[in-house]
Design a protein around this ligand. Structure first.
Ligand code: NAP
Length: 287
């Protein structure tokens, strides 16, 4: 199946490069003023290979952007109390600007309790209740990185969600729910779909913007997509496979994100950007 001339493949790698380049400039400016680089502390519990890869990748990106990266690797049997204590310590460490808890954490840990141990001003991954509430109220501060990356990608392609029907498939607290709220803030009419949704394909058929955040490879079929819809595939499944059957959908959509190279690079770019912003913001407060 070939891409129609009208279909735009949204290049998240290129858009992210521009975001990271600005973050690198801001990091250099911060280092000049503060006498140290901005610092992101990543905490990982256990040895899940995918999580280790993500942390390593984020560490490399930090380095190339002029951000110090500190990784705390804790054993799988770490208790919630021990993880909370580690995050509290990083929260009060004045040389740490941003904190990332790589998730999912092992099932024995209370993930919500751990997230809440991150100081809101260092929550550069946008996972705390404070950040979620601020996002929902449009009060500013760090946003969940993937949802923010999706909005930035829409902006980069001059796609205005106002008045559009946006269908978000997935309602996780870090992805589906916040991206729907950010689209609502941009005046889209938002429908959330989830595992209990009836007639999902009919819902998607009515969407001007579809965000797939399910975690199931090739779940959204081309036949579900309305002609000319914008298709954002946030899914990332083993083997670099998205949640949308790309080869089916790309001839129908007006815009579509590839996997890899769509939403993924935007997520990391926003994390770096928010780390540099947190550093600058906390420095201003300290003066
Ligand atoms: P999650 O917490 O597992 O949530 C999945 C959502 O999909 C849930 O809301 C679930 O509904 C819904 N769902 C499951 N089966 C469904 C079905 N048959 N029909 C409709 N909805 C269904 O996953 P997540 O953390 O949001 O991640 C989703 C995907 O995004 C994964 O592939 C993940 O790897 C990817 N991701 C990518 C990035 C990136 O940077 N690109 C970042 C984060 C996540 P219920 O609520 O009813 O269970």
């Amino acid at each position: 199946m070939t891409t129609t001339p009208q279909t735009t493949i949204m290049n998240g790698t290129a858009v992210a490069r521009a975001v990271v380049s600005r973050a690198a400039e801001q990091a250099a400016e911060f280092a000049h003023l503060a006498g140290r680089k901005p610092c992101l502390a990543a905490v990982i519990v256990g040895s899940d290979p995918a999580s280790l890869t993500y942390v390593k990748m984020k560490q490399n990106r930090c380095r190339s952007t002029g951000i110090d990266s500190r990784v705390m690797a804790l054993p799988t049997h770490t208790s919630t109390a021990e993880l909370v204590a580690t995050l509290h310590k990083l929260s009060s460490d004045t040389t740490v600007d941003g904190i990332l808890l790589q998730h999912p954490v092992p099932p024995a840990i209370d993930e919500r309790a751990a997230f809440e141990a991150i100081a809101p001003e260092k929550d550069v991954d946008g996972v705390t209740m404070h950040s979620f509430a601020a996002m929902a109220l449009g009060a500013g501060g760090p946003l969940a990185c993937t949802p923010c990356g999706i909005i930035r990608l829409l902006d980069a392609y001059r796609i205005d969600p106002a008045g559009c029907h946006a269908v978000v498939i997935g309602r996780s607290p870090i992805l589906g729910k916040p991206v729907g709220m950010l689209l609502l803030a941009r005046n889209a009419t938002v429908t959330y779909c989830h595992s209990q949704t009836q007639h999902l394909s009919d819902m998607v058929q009515d969407a001007d913007i579809v965000v797939a955040a399910v975690g199931r490879p090739n779940f959204v079929r081309g036949a579900w997509i309305k002609s000319g819809a914008v298709v954002i595939d946030a899914g990332y499944n083993p083997g670099n496979v998205g949640d949308v059957a790309f080869d089916e959908a790309r001839s129908i959509a007006s815009h579509i994100t590839p996997v890899p190279g769509g939403v993924g690079p935007m997520t990391i770019a926003v994390l770096l950007e928010q780390t540099v912003e947190a550093a600058a913001c906390n420095r201003t407060k300290d003066r």
